[in-house]
Design a protein around this ligand. Structure first.
Ligand code: FAD
Length: 461
């Protein structure tokens, strides 16, 4: 179907990527965005956190420059300049997306979209209301932070990730509720800046969805850096709100005072005030829109992608789902494949995981061998002074195919893609280990882990 009229609600990494792909396939595309193009990822998520992390990692590097034979007299972090740099990067990248949308002849309307029926949308813009008809509609409205109902979220000490990214000053102390991905990334941002951090996690381990060994390694590193961690612990109440902070009571009785409290307990689909009641599409109890592998909702002609469909709450997954929806909404037939989704955590050091963990393999009844190679046995890791962490491969016993991998270490978020590629294309440990890896590189640790899986390690006993 050429020149299909497609409306996309939301201009985040799901929506804008879907728009470009649909336009490439000849559709007449309009994106409706009520806030800023780029969505959570660009404006309040992936990019701003990584921009600030780059500054604090540079600071951390200067602080251990001595170990690399460099005497640095004084290192002075300038938080407002870090934030200025972050804002500049975000607006530059936003300009890039605007340009790409224009170049692909995608129309963008700034306003809030509301369904009138399955192909009519009412848009509330600054200039008033207007209506738009589309043959196909893609919902890419994203997610929002979950708040704790017993907290006064209007108090200036109470922050979500969005407000934490707009702080003007480094807090002296920070209580982080929830030691998942976002909580751990903020701990990695503020710890090198001198903030006294306490993290509380109600599950048994920090990073509850990650492999035990990954979580234990990260917890050890965090503790070594002075971060106070309580697992299997809940925030019971805030006993005092003061001008300069709060006092929190934990369920085990401890009292913690902090200048700020950051709530990182998860995100919920953004479906409110969108007129979904005028449609017959199905959601689950949390409001997640139900879709099939073509990203079709239960209502014909309406697709949904990204955080609003739950599963992986990751920008690259939203984008891939956007491509699949755009292809199905135009003239192709495509299905999403989640078997090799890399999931990266930008702590210091980074974490990169993909495919099955040892526990997941066991749950599925798949017999596997687990091969681990520590960075302490990697020459390059010593040369650059970054020996924390390991590579772990999960290899199916029956045919030696690689089913999963976890990396903790410098550049883990980049390194993990070699394992993702192996999983996606069904490579065996033998195929991976017989691929010559350059020396000295951190990638050699992946090759060595594959050799270990084949019971022929060189640099390990
Ligand atoms: P969003 O990016 O949330 O975009 C949805 C857009 O829809 C928004 O711009 C919103 O304004 C608009 N919208 C909603 N309703 C309407 C309406 N009715 N009318 C018009 N417009 C509407 N993911 C990673 O992969 N890597 C990371 O490093 C990473 N870091 C993160 C760090 C933080 C602090 C956070 C909060 C998230 C992070 N994420 C990361 C997750 C990532 O940001 C999301 O998975 C991704 O943005 C989801 O994309 P999306 O397009 O589904 O939704």
């Amino acid at each position: 179907m050429a020149n299909a009229k497609i409306i996309i609600i939301g201009g985040g990494p799901g929506g804008y990527v879907a728009a470009i792909r649909a336009a490439q396939l000849g559709a007449d595309v309009t994106v409706i965005e009520e806030d800023k193009i780029g969505g959570t990822c660009l404006n309040r998520g992936c990019i701003p956190t990584k921009a600030i992390l780059a500054s604090v990692q540079t600071l951390a590097l200067f602080e251990r420059a001595d170990q690399l034979g460099i005497e640095v007299e004084k290192v002075v972090p300038n938080f407002s300049r870090m934030m200025e740099r972050k804002n500049k990067i975000v607006s530059q990248l936003r300009g890039g997306i605007d340009y790409l949308l224009k170049a692909n002849k995608v129309k963008v309307i700034k306003g809030r979209a509301n369904f009138l029926n399955s192909h009519s949308i009412c848009i509330e813009t600054e200039a008033g209301r207007k209506e738009l008809e589309g043959e196909k509609i893609i919902i890419a409205s994203g997610s929002k932070p979950i708040l704790l109902p017993f907290l006064d979220s209007n108090h200036p000490a109470v922050l979500t990730s969005e407000q934490a990214l707009e702080l003007k000053e480094v807090p002296e102390s920070l209580l982080i509720i929830g030691a998942g991905v976002i909580g751990c990334e903020f701990a990695s941002i503020f710890n090198p800046l001198g903030t006294k951090i306490t993290m509380i996690e109600m599950m048994e381990q920090i990073l509850p969805t990650e492999d035990k060994r990954v979580a234990q390694t990260m917890e050890r590193i965090f503790k070594k850096r002075g971060i106070n961690i309580f697992t299997s612990t809940k925030l019971e109440e805030i006993t005092e709100y003061r001008e300069d902070g709060i006092t929190a009571k934990l369920d085990k009785g401890e009292k913690i005072e902090a200048e700020k409290i950051l709530i990182c307990v998860g995100r919920s689909p953004r479906i409110n005030n969108m007129g979904l009641e005028n449609l017959s599409l199905k959601t689950d109890q949390k409001g997640t829109i139900l879709v099939n592998e073509k990203m079709e909702t239960t209502q014909q002609g309406i697709y949904a992608i990204g955080d609003v469909v739950g599963g992986y709450l990751l920008a690259h997954v939203a984008s891939e789902e956007g491509i699949i929806a755009a292809e199905n909404a135009t003239k192709l037939t495509s299905e999403i494949d989640y078997t090799s989704v890399p999931s990266c955590i930008f702590t210091s050091p980074e974490i990169g995981t993909v495919g099955l963990t040892p526990d997941k393999a066991e749950e599925k009844g798949i017999e596997v061998r687990i091969a681990r190679f520590p960075f302490t046995a990697c020459g390059k890791a010593h040369a650059i002074g970054e020996t924390d962490g390991f590579v772990q491969l999960i290899v199916r016993e029956s045919d030696h195919r690689i089913l999963g991998g976890q990396i903790v270490g410098l550049h883990a978020a980049d390194l993990v893609h070699e394992i993702a590629l192996a999983i996606r294309w069904g490579l065996t440990a033998e195929q991976l280990s017989s691929t010559i890896h350059a020396h000295p590189t951190l990638s050699e640790a992946i090759m060595e882990a594959a050799r270990k899986a084949e019971k022929k390690p060189i640099h390990l006993i």
